[in-house]
Design a protein around this ligand. Sequence first.
Ligand code: PGA
Length: 240
Amino acid sequence: MLIVSNWKAYVDDAKKVKALFAAAKRLASKKVQIVLAPSAPYVGFLALGNRSKVSIGVQDISDSTGGAATGELTAGAAKGAGAAYAIVGHSERRARGESDALVLSKTQHALAQGLKPILCIGEHERDTDGRYLQFIRAQLAAVFAPLSTQERAQIIVAYEPIWAIGKTAADAITPSDLQEMMLYIRKVLAEYVSGNATVLYGGSVESGNIASLASGVDGFLIGHASTDVQEFTALVKALS
Ligand code: PGA
């Protein structure tokens, strides 16, 4: 299982950063791989010289290559600071205007630097006509179709229905709806990738529901519940 901790903008304090990193190092095992995605200023702080089992990722990257681009976090700089993963297309970035084309460009920049992209997809709402399935298919196609076979094989997909993000376990997707979605996403991905793609679930995953959502997924992208040492410990333990 792969656990990606997306700290979003929840963790500002260096002491807390260190405590969460220490907890992740204790919890990482053969069975549970852990990737931490801290706020940008803490990426190098955790990743430079990191020889632990825990990997570090960035929450977003620039679609610029470098040079005169003040404030941009390039894939090259992320790689240079020791990051190994890059979340792209998170719904909170898309809500700020990121198009599928921009998400594709960011994915290409990550791939060019050898960062593993974690591509977030997810519908705003569910309708009874199944239009949300077409929406998911289109989000996947926009990124996968233009890439080479080798590039496609690098991408981790995180299914995060927007209606289920940032709430509590009671609002997460039901295990049976999740299994159905996983089958659908894997079916779409089979058009682009030979072999098994890595597909994560995210959205209100907590220690109380993680075990019930674990069947059919390769891991989780976890926000708020991963930013508290006790809760993070409990949720990783719930998987073991
Ligand atoms: P949440 O966020 O776990 O706080 O719902 C998940 C995410 O948006 O990555």
